[in-house]
Write a protein that binds this ligand. Structure first.
Ligand code: GLC
Length: 745
């Protein structure tokens, strides 16, 4: 057989395979048929997304003119059906609209912010919450949410850390997939399913200085090891859409990044969903300095496989010119339109374009409320509990409920709450009064009426009631507006006079339990020292107060573990667990106040640390306490060496050594101590959340294969290198001992 035939045969096979796939997929056939009828103008109309909220007074005319493919921020089912009717019955081809909304951590029933949810280390409950959000949102006609946000970030100055699942690629991948499954269910065309949207593709969390919308510098190997895995996991799980980010990546805006969006996402990963721009992010490429005109921006974004322009008017105003002038082929437009039509077919919108108007919408169901409380319980992290002051003993006869977050129904919901209603919030004060008012004397005075409040008069009032109580419950933190998009802080300490109020309370010499409700890690070392116990609840959503009351009084046991490192001070940022080792890791540490006067230049340890902070964070990734204690046996490995296709099992027996039943998150970490590129000192590769009764033991087992041990090399290949690997199964990213095994090529 000639060489030519040898070459042609496999190519022919692949071409036939893809045609067969297309021929077998009825949706592709329908898309072909529809596209063949569409004019260029109608095609470009499908690539245009406009906002509702009354911002487009001539929205109806725009739809009638087939200038709109999708609408975001309309949530009135009657209006949605009215607009849909125009699209379906008053345009030439009757292509339905898809309605979208930011349903980030709940629609009406609000769950903890994603950063809080991730601290539950419970993907099942995270999926349940997303499913409930989808049922509520789709009942109004929303069929596309701009979530999950799965950007990796190590910078709590960045307000959007609140929307993230923290600093770790593996944990974020697991949580992101759980949310995608919850939103989309197992069938996108179900009436209660909505298309998920992984965002923001990609690298947004590396925004310089933790300032939003800023530039990023991300080496290719780190892009692939850190920022891309969560998006790849979601693509493999069938996410229907993705959104490009506002930031640039090494000078190339994400909205115009041909390599990332087309070569990697489309060709390498075979993603066949829709990529929507972020709000006006296409047009913003002019400001970023890579496009001289709207037409240039439209061309670059289309070349970068951005299928839909969210509120940028770049596509609707300039794409036709680009095609007519030959700058873009109509074939390239067709690729985007196919993706948009595919989404709409997969959602079943051509068969069922309208939302069923129910007399009573399924908001705040018993199931939703119970789930919101449970996930808020599991998202809260116990950081300190001196003398087991928590749970509050029945001997305590009175408590003082103080602080700006003790009764803040709107702020406890957190950022990105577009449809949640504070009137449904159960605040800590409400819950404590309702659940314990008959057993306890409850004194209540916020002192400061909002987190930035500096009014000393409030402090005096709070002190008055604190003097009367046995125990002080101090609810501190951030208003919701201080985190989320565009809400970044260069100083992440407690706002307002909250720290001063705690100073005053401390002088009373009474037990103080401080509960933080915030959208990010705050620098709380001083407040930690002044508190006998600390619970970090982030912004816990509708049922935050009820969850915290159960935790404080012992109806529930804390099980949350941090998914983001807590810095001692903002100057330590970025500080995260999976760092690479310095050639001189921090040791021989002499802190600034301990340096002798007139010390010689070389008298200090010459190792890697800050004179005023040392080399450790306040709390590490994976840390969280319980009301019980757990012991971990040494790790056992099933083998001491493996080759390419083998699996090694790591196991550890965990025992509840305390007096109450608790949940523990056993974490599997690995390290490749010697490699051609320096590797992190530890990397999370698995976790299991287990329930243990007092005295009970369970053995957790993890299988590891070589695919999990590799990393991306500078030649853009992913592989594990032969040699030693270290394995931990531990309670957090800092403790525990490891066992080694060898990988032999
Ligand atoms: C915003 C956000 C994005 C959101 C979109 C629609 O600017 O960056 O996350 O989904 O606009 O609200």
């Amino acid at each position: 057989m000639s060489k030519t035939t040898l070459f042609i045969l496999p190519v022919l096979f692949l071409v036939c395979l893809s045609c067969t796939k297309q021929m077998n997929d009825p949706i592709e056939t329908k898309i072909d048929a529809l596209i063949s009828k569409m004019t260029l103008k109608e095609k470009i109309g499908q690539m245009n997304q406009l906002t509702g909220m009354g911002l487009h007074l001539d929205m109806r005319n725009q739809i009638k003119a087939a200038n709109v493919g999708s609408i975001l921020n309309e949530t009135n089912p009657k209006i949605i059906n009215e607009l849909q009717k125009i699209a379906v019955t008053q345009t030439r081809l009757g292509i339905p609209l898809v309605f979208a909304r930011d349903v980030i951590h709940g629609f009406k029933t609000i769950f903890p912010i994603p950063l809080g949810q991730s601290c539950s280390w419970n993907p099942e409950i995270v999926e349940d919450a997303a499913r409930i959000a989808a049922v509520e949102a789709t009942s109004t006609g929303i069929r596309w949410t701009f979530a999950p946000m799965i950007d990796i970030t190590r910078d709590p100055r960045w307000g959007r850390i609140a929307e993230s699942c923290g600093e770790d690629p593996y944990l974020t991948s697991v949580m992101g997939v759980a949310m995608v499954k919850g939103f989309q269910s197992n069938k996108l065309s179900n009436a209660t399913s909505m298309a998920a949207c992984t965002k923001h593709f990609v690298g947004y969390g590396a925004t310089e200085a933790g300032k939003d919308y800023n530039a990023t510098i991300i080496p290719e190997t780190q892009m692939r090891d850190i920022f891309l895995p969560s998006f790849k996991a979601a693509v493999d799980a069938g996410v229907a859409t993705t959104m490009c980010a506002f930031n640039d990546v090494n000078g190339v805006p994400a909205s115009g990044n041909v390599y990332l969006n087309r070569t990697l996402l489309r060709t390498e990963w075979k993603f066949d969903g829709v990529m929507v721009s972020d709000w006006n992010s296409i047009a913003q490429m002019k400001v970023q300095g890579v496009c001289a005109s709207m037409e240039d921006a439209a061309k670059l974004a289309s070349d970068a496989a951005v299928d839909m322009d969210m509120m940028g008017m770049a596509y609707i105003d300039s794409l036709e010119t680009c095609v007519k002038s030959g700058r873009i082929s109509e074939k390239q437009i067709d690729e985007s339109v196919r993706n948009v039509l595919r989404l709409k077919f997969r959602l079943g919108l051509f068969d069922n374009p309208y939302v069923k108007i129910e007399p009573k919408l399924p908001f705040y169901s018993e199931t939703a409320i119970a789930k919101a409380k449970q996930i808020a319980i599991e998202s809260a992290v116990l950081l300190k509990n001196n003398n087991q002051i928590l749970p509050i003993s029945e001997k305590i006869k009175s408590v003082a409920v103080i602080g700006p977050m003790s009764d803040a129904p709107a702020d406890q919901l957190g950022t990105w709450v577009m449809d949640g209603e504070p009137a449904h919030s159960i605040t800590p004060l409400m819950a404590i009064r309702k659940e314990y008012g008959s057993k306890l004397k409850i004194f209540a005075e916020q002192g400061l009426t909002y987190s930035r409040d500096i009014n000393p008069a409030g402090i005096a009032k709070a002190m008055t009631i604190a003097r009367k109580a046995d125990v002080i419950l101090y609810f501190a933190g951030e208003e919701a507006i201080l985190s989320g998009e565009a809400h970044c802080r260069a100083d992440i300490s407690l706002p307002g006079a909250q720290s001063e109020l705690l100073n005053q309370l401390r002088k009373l010499g009474k037990p103080i339990v401080t509960i933080f409700m915030a959208g990010r890690p705050l620098t709380i070392e001083k407040e930690l020292d002044q508190s006998d116990a600390v619970i970090y609840a982030f912004h816990g959503g509708t049922m935050a107060g009820s969850a915290l009351a159960d935790l404080i009084f012992g109806k529930a046991v804390p099980s949350g573990k941090l998914t983001v490192t807590f810095p001692r001070m903002v100057g330590q940022i970025p500080v995260y667990y999976s760092h690479r080792n310095s050639g001189r890791p921090g040791h021989n540490i002499v802190l600034m106040n301990d340096i002798k006067i007139g010390a010689e230049q070389t008298s200090l340890g010459n190792t890697s640390y800050h004179l005023d902070a040392g080399d450790k964070p306040l709390f590490p990734f994976g840390f969280g306490m319980s009301y019980t204690t757990f012991s971990y046996s040494p790790v056992k490995l099933s083998k001491n060496k493996i080759s390419d296709n083998e699996i090694i099992t790591a196991e550890c027996t965990i025992t509840n050594t305390g007096k109450v039943t608790g949940m523990e998150v056993a974490q599997l970490y690995i390290c490749d101590p010697i490699a051609t590129l320096a590797q992190p000192v530890r990397e999370l590769k698995g976790f299991q959340k287990i329930v243990l009764n007092p005295g009970q033991s369970k053995t957790v087992k993890f299988n590891l294969n070589i695919k999990q041990l590799g990393f991306w090399h500078q030649d853009n290949t992913y592989k594990a290198e032969p040699g030693e690997f270290r394995v931990w199964i531990s309670a957090d990213s800092q403790t525990g001992g490891y066992k080694s095994f060898n990988f032999t090529d």
